[in-house]
Each structure stands twice: as C-alpha cells, then as structure tokens.
Design a binder for this molecule. Structure first.
Ligand code: TZP
Ligand code: MG
Length: 219
C-alpha cells in the first residue's frame, strides 16, 4: 500500500505535556527526534491558544530541519498556520470539523488522519478523504480508560484502505507482538514522554522497528 508517510515503517510519537514528568513538550520532542522518530504529532489538551501556537511553530521548525513528518492534533487552523504536514482528528472532532472542511482548508498535499476504535469505525473512515487511520487503544494505558486488545489488528489491516497506525499502551515489551500481527506504523505517548532517558528509549523502539524482518509475512 502506498504510504502517506516518508517510509514504510514508522515510529510515531505524540506529545503530551501531561505525561512528560514535568518536562516541556518541546524538549521532550527534541530528545525523541534525536532518538529517531519518523512522525511527530502535537497533542496538547492543557495549553492556551497562544501557548499552542508558540509550541506548534517551534515543533514545525524542528520537524522541517530534521525531515520528520509533523502532524497537529485537533486544530485545523493551527495546522494551516504553522504549515504542518498534516492534521489528526478524533472521532469526536469529526462533527465539529468534517474531513471535507479540513481538506478544503489544508489542500490536497497535506496528510489527514482519523482515530478509530472499532472495525465499524474503520469501515466508515474508508469512505473519507483522508490519508491514514489510527486504531486503538490496543493495550491497557494510563491515557485511556478502556482498551481493545490485539484480536482485531490483522482484520483492521485487511479492512483499511489507508495506511494504519496502531496505538495505545504500546511499549518496548509488547511492540513486537503488534509487529508480528503485521503492523507497520506504531504510535506512542507515555512510553516515550514518560521515559527517564527519552532519546535512549526512542532509539530502543526505533531499533526494534527497523530490525524487524522486512520479509515478515503477516498473512
Ligand atoms: N488514542 C488511542 S490510545 C491513545 C490515543 C491518543 C493514547 C496513547 O497513549 P499511550 O501512552 O501510548 O498509551
Ligand atoms: Mg481530538
């Protein structure tokens, strides 16, 4: 499947000041970039508009300099203003920001991703003018109050018309289980944001993804 990202396999880090052990999201992102992430999403729920804009501008520059895909969560106008590579919308955002409206604002060359939490939602997302789907949470995690397990991972890959990013409670201990099911894109918050040594943790995750056998057959 043609990917909207730069590579076939991607380590996708999502910022969250809330889970960063008191460190600011810019410094956390810088360390994650040093560690080798491929995609960065800014997802900050506790910042004012001005703070979000300031952070988004800095992250956008950081990503451009390091050729990392930069995605803004929730805020289409912010994504546009800082010339991000894309926008991510949750299910609850879709009423407020229909994908067609976001596409009109951002244009054909930008990436739009949508969160899904069931196979039904993947079917619905397949009808949208988007570039990727996120599916999860797969595992128990502090950041969500439920999880799906991994039983639908293969089905999700088969069903999705778009590249699919798996998320939720993924860590160095279980990432291989997700790769074994055919996943190519792995997204995380707390495993990286709450790591003592962020760049070392990121390197460890990236090594697992990069060294996963290319020929692995997920059928
Ligand atoms: N969507 C599904 S799970 C999740 C989001 C934003 C949070 C993932 O965070 P973590 O800490 O990697 O479990
Ligand atoms: Mg949202």
């Amino acid at each position: 499947m043609k990917t909207c990202f730069k590579k076939t396999r991607n380590l996708y880090f999502i910022t969250s000041q809330r889970y960063s052990l008191g460190r600011n999201s810019f410094s956390v992102a810088e360390s994650a970039v040093t560690g080798g992430i491929d995609i960065l999403q800014m997802r900050e729920k506790d910042l004012t508009h001005q703070e979000s804009l300031r952070l988004a501008k800095k992250l956008s520059t950081l990503c451009k300099v390091n050729t990392i895909v930069f995605i803004v969560n929730d805020h289409p106008e912010l994504a546009k203003e800082v010339n991000a590579d894309g926008l991510h919308l949750g299910q609850e955002d879709l009423d407020r920001t229909p994908v067609c409206q976001a596409r009109k604002l951002l244009g054909r060359n930008k990436i739009i991703g949508v969160s899904t939490h069931s196979l039904e939602q993947i079917k619905a997302a397949n009808e949208l003018d988007i570039n990727y789907i996120a599916f999860g949470p797969l595992f128990k995690t502090r950041t969500k109050n439920y999880f799906l397990g991994t039983k639908d991972v293969k089905k999700a890959i088969e069903l999705s018309r778009f590249p699919i990013v798996f998320i939720g409670g993924i860590n160095t201990g279980n990432i291989t289980n997700v790769l074994n099911l055919g996943a190519e894109n792995i997204a995380l918050i707390s495993e990286i944001a709450a790591a003592k040594n962020i760049s070392a943790k990121t390197k460890q995750l990236k090594k697992i993804i990069d060294e996963y056998p290319e020929s692995h057959n997920n059928s």
